[in-house]
Write a protein that binds this ligand. Sequence first.
Ligand SMILES: [Zn+2]
Ligand SMILES: [Zn+2]
Length: 450
Amino acid sequence: MSQLSIIKDNYSGIVGKGAMLALTAMLTACSSNSVQTQSDDLEHRHNKQARHDHHKEDDHVKVASTRTATQINFSLFNKAAMVKDPKVVSCTLVNGDAAYCAKFVVKYLPEDLDIGPFCPSSLDREGGIWEWDGRKSGLYRVDGAFFQMLAEQGYTFYDEKGRVYITDFADKKSPHEHSCINVAVDKEVEITMLIPTEPVIADASSKLGVVDKVGMTLSGVPIFSDAPSVQQTGHIPVLDTCAGHVDPGGWYHYHGTATDMASVYEHEGVHAECHLAQDSSALFGYAFDGIGIYGSHDENGRLPTDLDTCHGHLGYVQGKQEKVYHYHATEDFPNLPPCLSGVVARNNFSTTAETGVGAVKNKGSQTMAEHPDEPDGQRRRMQGDQSEPRGEGFPPGFEEAAQTLGVSVDELFQALNDAGGPNADIGQVAKVLGISEEALTAALPQPPQR
Ligand SMILES: [Zn+2]
Ligand SMILES: [Zn+2]
């Protein structure tokens, strides 16, 4: 008997035992203002949700709020970025807590977004921007003067005629020691992101390093922390003037608060302009801990003076009657929070791309040398918690259940297998996976009709 049929038999056994509740795995959210507020505690909320699941499908999802929460309001998000309507799903936070997350599936690039310029073709042209971390460090417009400064420090990105070496690293290796990276987009790629609907402040903040996941913009674009250093990779994955570029996976993302770049350019004396509407007190997006990221100024137009190490504080924001904890952009670059105060969800970022951050296909087949945008350790770490995509052979809904639970399909089946096969104990499976029994039973697919 194959491993697969053992697993399937075990699954049938569990179903036969009737251990699962006939709950739908997904919580269906309404399209507008789908998240309502109630102040009940988590326990109460879960009970309420369980009852709620027996109601008709178009009921609103009720999600609790806390005094410091910044709640995700789906109506604020850009529909032109979405593959499908965002919804609220069960998820597991990295601390093991069961929670609810907003699940976003976005395109490689929002339909209504213009991107670039990235690499200038020659020294007499202007490209995007780059934060140089060598001698004369700072934020620069990527132009002839910038490339000449780098050449003086031993990094030559152009030939004797002043033509810039440009490479699409998703496609081929650069024949040059130093080249400007301009990855082509892949229109097929979809990105799935999970953001807790109710922020939970962590015991200790988590630092954001190079290319760590920060969050998602209201426009539907992923946000990452510092792009990799030219001094480490030898190449320059230039950012456009809104601080975004294309990942080796073919999808666009930001490395800065794009809607407040004007403050940065003014503060740092850089001659550049982001074509997006600039508003230094607007909500830019949500961090992966569910906390809102605003521009550098508070809603009263002042620079906040009481920011913590993650550039967060408790204060008033537009549209809220009470103070909420939120992050602010800074006036220097990268203008993003340097750490996250809250707890993020497991497996909160995956793409359908074959490479790059969050890729789940062809795992391990790409090397660091081919994709300098994402450091090797980072890549391995980020891929390590992704579920392997599986084809046929598994009962319908299992991949979705694993995704909901923040575990891989393998982990889920292994746990079911280990917990006694046909007599598997749901409680034990939940314990092994570090999730609540309630979340597990809710997420598992409905048993087939017998
Ligand atoms: Zn990047
Ligand atoms: Zn504020």
